[in-house]
Design a protein around this ligand. Structure first.
Ligand code: ADP
Ligand code: MG
Length: 286
């Protein structure tokens, strides 16, 4: 049963852009010790843009762009859209296509099999741009590599922007004694740069989509009551596992349906407001 005090709190939170799907979630919100954050679309606005393309000196950029465009046109990943708008529209046929969630894509074009995606998946070592890759990662860029069957032929550096309120939101949570942890599939150096920029307590990089759930369980052991905030279909299992699953209002249906709490205006600062209010309520009710 829901207490009148909890009902009043749900109503007043809703007016301030936070939708609690039940009184128990307010209670749990007041007990949070840590919040795990998805990166793309949650801490960042989720619209990455290609900033730089590194192309093998033995090739023409236009030819590499064509391959990337043909492949990424068939992907729903946020990086795919950014890559296609950079590489432009091209024509050609694919004879094989495999989308590997959290890694990238493997596809065959004109008889050659290519890989497009993260370094561990698609880099077959093309030492020609090693220094540029390190420099770009340290500046917080996400790197997407492309290789043919024998070597790396290019890499694209994409940058997404932090939500304007992210730093303030994180600081307020940290001031309330809540640990803030980013969980991302992105590489170590890029994750570190973004985590430093946002002022996060900690980050977990190179996390495969299916590992997000086990990371939430490990964090719960370490910190106690844990929240998870995300926007994607990929985040839904982790949202369900956390003590409080929080979805961004602009998130996908899967995230919105699974979450216990919805941040209706995508405003991360509301998190600390909600926690303070929930703590107060817990003191009154108990
Ligand atoms: P995130 O934690 O930001 O949601 P993902 O788990 O979706 O990241 O992906 C991890 C990494 O795999 C990306 O940073 C990217 O390098 C690579 N990747 C995944 N899907 C694609 C794709 N369709 N095209 C290019 N790269 C991809
Ligand atoms: Mg996301």
């Amino acid at each position: 049963a829901i207490t009148p005090a909890a009902l009043a709190a749900i109503a007043s939170s809703a007016k301030h852009g936070i939708l609690f799907k039940g009184g128990a979630h307010i209670e749990n919100m007041g007990r949070l010790k840590a919040i795990a954050f998805d990166k793309t679309g949650t801490l960042t606005i989720g619209k990455p843009i290609v900033q730089e393309a590194l192309i093998s000196p033995s090739l023409h950029e236009e030819d590499v762009n064509r391959i990337v465009s043909l492949i990424e046109e068939h992907s729903m990943h946020p990086l795919a859209e950014a890559l296609v708008s950079y590489t432009g529209k091209h024509t050609g046929e694919m004879t094989h296509f495999k989308d590997i969630t959290g890694s990238g894509i493997e596809a065959t074009i004109d008889g050659t099999t290519y890989r497009v995606g993260k370094q561990k998946f698609a880099d077959r070592s093309g030492d020609f741009f090693k220094h540029d890759v390190e420099r770009l990662k340290e500046a917080g860029h996400t790197l997407v590599f492309i290789s043919d069957e024998t070597r790396t032929i290019g890499a694209y550096a994409l940058r997404d922007t932090l939500r304007p309120e992210a730093k303030v939101a994180i600081k307020r949570l940290n001031d309330l004694g809540i640990a803030t942890i980013m969980i991302t599939g992105d590489n170590e150096a890029t994750a570190r740069a973004i985590a430093n920029e946002a002022g996060l307590t900690r980050y977990i990089a190179e996390c495969l989509p299916e590992e997000k759930v086990s990371q939430i369980k490990v964090l719960r052991e370490e910190y106690g009551t844990i929240g998870m905030i995300g926007d994607g279909i990929n985040d839904a299992p982790a949202l369900a596992t956390a003590d409080v699953g929080i979805a961004m209002g602009e998130g996908t249906d899967a995230a919105l349906e699974t979450a216990d709490v919805v941040l209706m205006k995508n405003d991360l600062v509301r998190l600390s407001d909600a926690i303070r209010q929930s703590r107060k309520l817990n003191r009154i009710v108990l």
